[in-house]
Design a protein around this ligand. Structure first.
Ligand code: MTE
Length: 322
């Protein structure tokens, strides 16, 4: 098959052979091959089918990871009830109440644009492609609150390597689901679907997580089921939820928040205590943890991930490219 040849020709055999990975890789290849002939059949994964429930209670197996911060974790109950997911309402408590209408199976992710092989892949093939890691990340919202969340996933770079972007691909755009039938609370006045993007080197940074779960469970709908991106050195809005399409492009893609207010929501949106939002300071954040009275703490440059990401922005004026 064309897809199999594609893989064998470009993925080092050292990555193909480990036994524990073999099945995952085969699943993705099979899914890709099926996608090549049209709409993909749902691959059944017992125990992983997410019901239309607000709280996911399906466990995910994820190994612990070196990409972990020691900060106290935000309790599950807070991380899943204080959300931004405007498709389900603009109040922080809306997504937990309303997102049960999102159907997360069957679900496909379309890969388009400047890639060697455009594909439509079934979510379960993508989920099983690589072993999952549980990474405890700081999660800083542009609105100056933050959480510490154990996310479950694998590096987005592994998926990108599979789809093989062309050298001309400079950015990747993530488009979220936009089915009005699943989103009766979707407000008017926004340029749906939710769109976000990363420069290719950012997307390939090992920290950038293709995320399927949190707290060892399948993502609750309100947190972006069945798949989202988490780039922890950026403000939370860069992390598109419920992704249905990745488009590789040579031009900086449009993003929803940049369309709405370009002076407030830049394309890069790296966490930066020295560059204020036009309407508020970014020097501090309210850390949402188990306490009834969240502490205000200083915000760290790149959210504390400078060692791993600062070199990508060497020589860039981060006030201009905010
Ligand atoms: N993705 C979609 N599709 N729609 C959204 O409204 N909100 C963003 C981001 N991804 C958003 C989205 C914002 S502003 C933040 S802070 C994070 O999701 C919130 O993620 P969380 O609810 O899991 O904390």
């Amino acid at each position: 098959m064309l897809i199999r040849k594609n893989i064998e020709g470009n993925v080092p055999s050292s990555e193909i052979t480990p036994k524990q990975h073999f099945l995952s890789r085969r699943n993705l290849i099979t899914g890709a091959a099926a996608a090549g002939v049209g709409v993909l059949a749902l691959r059944s994964v017992p125990g992983l089918i997410h019901p239309d429930a607000v709280h996911a209670d399906q466990k995910l197996e994820a190994a612990s990871s070196k990409y972990t911060v020691p900060d106290a974790q935000t309790p599950f109950s807070k991380a899943t009830t204080y959300n931004n997911f405007y498709e389900f309402g603009t109040d922080k408590s809306d997504p937990a109440k309303n997102a049960h209408t999102l159907h997360t199976r069957p679900w496909t992710v379309q890969v388009t644009g400047l890639v060697k092989k455009p594909l439509t892949l079934d979510i379960d093939s993508i989920l099983k492609y690589r072993p999952l890691e549980s990474r405890v990340y700081r999660h800083r919202c542009v609105e100056a609150w933050s959480m510490v969340i154990p996310w479950d996933g694998y590096s987005l770079s592994e998926f990108i390597n599979f789809v093989q972007p062309l050298p001309s691909a400079k950015f990747v755009q993530f488009l979220s689901d936009d089915k009005s039938s699943d989103m009766p609370h979707k407000p008017f006045g926004y340029n749906w679907p939710y769109s976000e993007g990363l420069r290719m080197d950012e997307a390939m940074n090992p920290l950038c997580l293709l995320t399927f779960g949190c707290y060892g469970e399948v993502l609750p709908n309100q947190n972006g089921a069945p798949v989202r991106v988490v780039s922890p050195w950026k403000y939370g809005f860069k992390n598109g939820k419920s992704i249905v399409k990745m488009n590789f492009t040579d031009k900086q893609p449009r993003t929803l928040w940049n369309d709405m207010a370009a002076n407030e929501y830049g394309f890069y949106s790296n966490v930066n205590p020295k560059v204020d939002h036009p309407r508020w300071s970014q020097a501090h954040e309210r850390r949402i943890d188990s306490s009834a009275f969240p502490k205000t703490i200083p915000t760290l440059m790149f959210n504390g991930y400078g060692d791993q990401v600062a070199s990508m922005y060497a020589g860039m004026d981060l006030k201009k490219y905010y």
